[in-house]
Design a protein around this ligand. Structure first.
Ligand code: NAD
Length: 252
């Protein structure tokens, strides 16, 4: 495992690896969006410093938890609305368009990869998307702006206008199962990739954190780009340690 801290060396390495790859898979985490002004979870001042997570079971069971969850979602939505895709989002979108990246898997719920121009068929938001809501019963989409107005009006957490089910932000909450089809699609892509690049993730949240080792076991080259060490660095072929945006500058 080689640790690269020199920005020019890291950029050249990424350009070469993405240039040579026939079937790359990328996994991104919150560290890709901090340079757009969206805090990550674990860094000082991160989201966990502000909020302890609301478990899925609590959301389902308790009206008070639902109202608190919505209050937080609307705070986050304002962060998401203010943010613009940064150089890394743009570079990854370009690499999906050229075909270098077969699948971009993200743990992020901010919608910035889509806004940067990553085509929906190349993008898998495995923890969902926090920029809208959906019904837990029938999946009907609901817009946060309407849900916020409804809660302000009624003081009650919203129910689906089609089936009456509970509406929740369209994210995978703690304690909520990840959709099996999304997970299966991830695993298929990872098992056939020749390059796997994890970017801006502490690689502590499963099942996403298991994907780098799955890729390695399938024979892919493994690259980890992050500002601090991760528990999988010793298993990687290359570790790029430093600002994500600096390494991806020029690749957009
Ligand atoms: P994480 O907070 O655990 O890890 C982020 C990592 O990125 C940290 O190791 C941090 O040191 C590093 N980092 C932060 N900014 C960086 C930068 N500019 N350059 C290089 N490294 C940088 O986040 P995670 O691994 O994505 O997993 C936690 C969960 O957080 C995920 O489930 C995700 O859904 C959720 N989350 C999402 C958002 C978002 O949508 N933007 C924000 C916060 C948390």
């Amino acid at each position: 495992m080689a640790v690269v801290t020199c920005v020019n060396e890291g950029r050249a390495l990424l350009a070469r690896l993405f240039g040579e790859a026939r079937n790359a898979v990328v996994l991104t985490g919150a560290g890709v969006s901090t340079e757009s002004g969206i805090p990550d979870y674990r860094s000082p001042g991160g989201i966990w410093a502000r909020f302890t997570p609301i478990e899925f079971a609590d959301f389902v069971r308790s009206e008070a938890s639902r109202l608190e969850d919505w209050r937080r979602r609307f705070v986050m939505k304002r962060d998401f609305d203010r943010a613009e895709p940064n150089v890394t989002h743009r570079a990854l979108a370009r690499l999906t368009r050229t075909g270098a990246i077969a699948l971009l898997i993200t743990q992020n719920i901010d919608g910035l990869h889509g806004r940067a121009g990553t085509a929906p068929e190349r993008l898998l938001e495995i923890h969902g998307n926090g920029t809208h809501g959906s019904c837990l019963g029938c999946g009907l989409r609901a817009e946060l702006v309407d849900l916020e107005a409804e809660i302000a009006d009624t003081g009650i957490a919203p129910h689906c206008r089609a089936c009456g089910g509970l509406v929740k932000a369209a994210v995978v909450s703690f304690g909520q199962a990840m959709p099996a089809d999304a997970l299966a699609r991830c695993e298929r892509a990872v098992q056939s990739c020749d390059l796997f690049v994890a970017i801006g993730s502490s690689l502590q949240v499963y099942p996403a954190a298991g994907l780098p080792l799955l890729a390695r076991a399938a024979g892919a080259e493994l690259v980890i780009v992050n500002g601090e060490p991760t528990g999988l660095d010793s298993r990687a072929d290359h570790v790029l340690r430093g600002s994500v945006g600096e390494f991806f500058a020029g690749l957009d």
